[in-house]
Design a protein around this ligand. Structure first.
Ligand code: GMT
Length: 379
């Protein structure tokens, strides 16, 4: 198939999954065209049948901001026409489903089919905001095939937008050959030179991630277990996280590593991943940590219970319950046998339920169904 793939290029789960999916599909012989405002941060592998097309972000006076939705629509239409694309697969509904709809209208009969994947905040935060609600509902109703990344998100979309029957759950996935338990002695001794335990958090440091909770949980854990906290990623809450770290006098035990593209080089060296999010439609990093054999300490929110099995592959606690999270973390880090059994189970579950070799064919099958028109939605 010839597939156009659109996502935000910035640090985040939807861009990561789009990049991984495009790469895997290209390796399986499809022709993949990424159409995005910059190269997606996770796109590092460029086989001959994978292409990148940059969407212009031009602005003119008196535009208050670059009209990205329109320039993207124009790029989608041009590239689909020039390369004879069968499908446009857009990740994150706002505004990508709208741009894809416009592109399809511009191309008429020759238009490719449109697949939209909902990732979470596009439905729960942005999409349901009154400023975006009507256009989000319209655009996702007009898409030819609609998928979302968890059963939780499917229910949420049903509740908010009344769409559910035609919405297919295709869980996020991980390449378990790349994300695997291979702790590096060099990484471990660099991060934790005295042999301390390594607690990790990976996110885009938005308020929904509750980064302050990570730091507070860690401040309790380190009273009982010698440990280092490694924070990976960039975002608006980095500055306040640094401030809190200083207030708690923990600067020497908390490392801010910034944006790391090859997170699979660091994760296997961690002993625990902490993800105390207010909400997570899936929590891709929890799956990536699990694939590396790292137990996950997360909140019982959104799609996280679909990824983390409480007491088996990690722990699920209520949002904001710092004490409960810290207790679970201490229990895990101080019992070697239980910790390694959990890590092993986490890895097994990632391989058996969320491996790219299981999930990517689900997308291929969905694409074929949409192309055959059996899932065609009313234009
Ligand atoms: O979590 C974010 O802030 C980024 C966001 C995105 O769209 O990039 O992540 C969402 O999509 C990911 C990939 O499907 C999911 O793993 C995340 O759980 C989801 N984030 C939220 O629901 C908050």
């Amino acid at each position: 198939m010839k597939i156009g793939m659109t996502c935000f290029p910035t640090y985040g789960g939807s861009g990561a999954i789009a990049a991984e999916l495009g790469t895997q599909l290209a390796l399986r012989g499809h022709e993949i065209h990424f159409i995005s405002s910059a190269i997606p941060f996770r796109l590092t592998h460029f086989p001959d049948n994978l292409f990148f097309h940059e969407v212009e972000m031009t602005s003119y006076y008196p535009f208050p901001a670059p009209p990205y939705t329109l320039t993207l629509a124009c790029s989608l239409a041009n590239i689909a026409r020039d390369h004879g694309l069968d499908l446009l697969h857009v990740h994150y509904a706002v505004p990508h489903a709208t741009s894809a709809y416009l592109a399809r209208e511009m191309l008429g009969e020759k238009a490719p089919r449109i697949i939209t994947t909902l990732h979470g905040t596009d439905i729960m935060l942005v999409g349901e905001h009154p400023a975006y609600f009507a256009i989000t509902k319209f655009s996702i109703e007009k898409t030819d095939g609609l998928t979302c990344v968890s059963s939780f998100l499917r229910n949420q979309t049903q509740k908010t937008f009344g769409i559910g029957d035609s919405l297919r759950v295709i869980h996020n996935f991980v390449d378990t050959e790349r994300f695997k338990p291979a702790p590096s002695k060099a990484v471990r001794s660099r991060l934790a030179p005295k042999g301390e335990k390594i607690v990790a958090h990976v996110s885009n440091f938005r308020p929904v991630k509750r980064t302050a909770d990570v730091i507070r949980v860690f401040s309790i854990i380190r009273r009982e277990v010698p440990a280092i906290l490694v924070l990976i990623g960039e975002g608006p809450d980095v500055a306040s996280a640094k401030q809190l770290t200083a207030q708690l006098g923990m600067e020497s035990d908390v490392l801010f590593l910034g944006l790391q593209v090859e997170v699979e080089r660091l994760l296997p060296s961690a002993d625990l991943l902490v993800l105390p999010s207010e909400m997570e439609s899936f929590g891709l990093v929890a799956l990536e940590a699990a694939a590396c054999g790292v137990p996950v300490l997360a909140t019982r929110q959104g799609g996280l219970p679909e990824v983390v099995e409480d007491g088996e592959t990690g722990f699920l606690t209520p949002v904001g319950d710092i004490e409960a999270m810290a207790r679970a973390g201490i229990a895990s880090l101080s019992n070697e046998a239980r910790h390694s059994a959990m890590g092993w189970k986490a890895r097994l579950r990632a391989r058996n339920s969320f491996d790219s070799r299981i999930i990517v064919p689900q997308y291929e099958e969905f694409y074929r169904t949409v192309l055959q028109g059996s899932c065609q939605r009313k234009a």
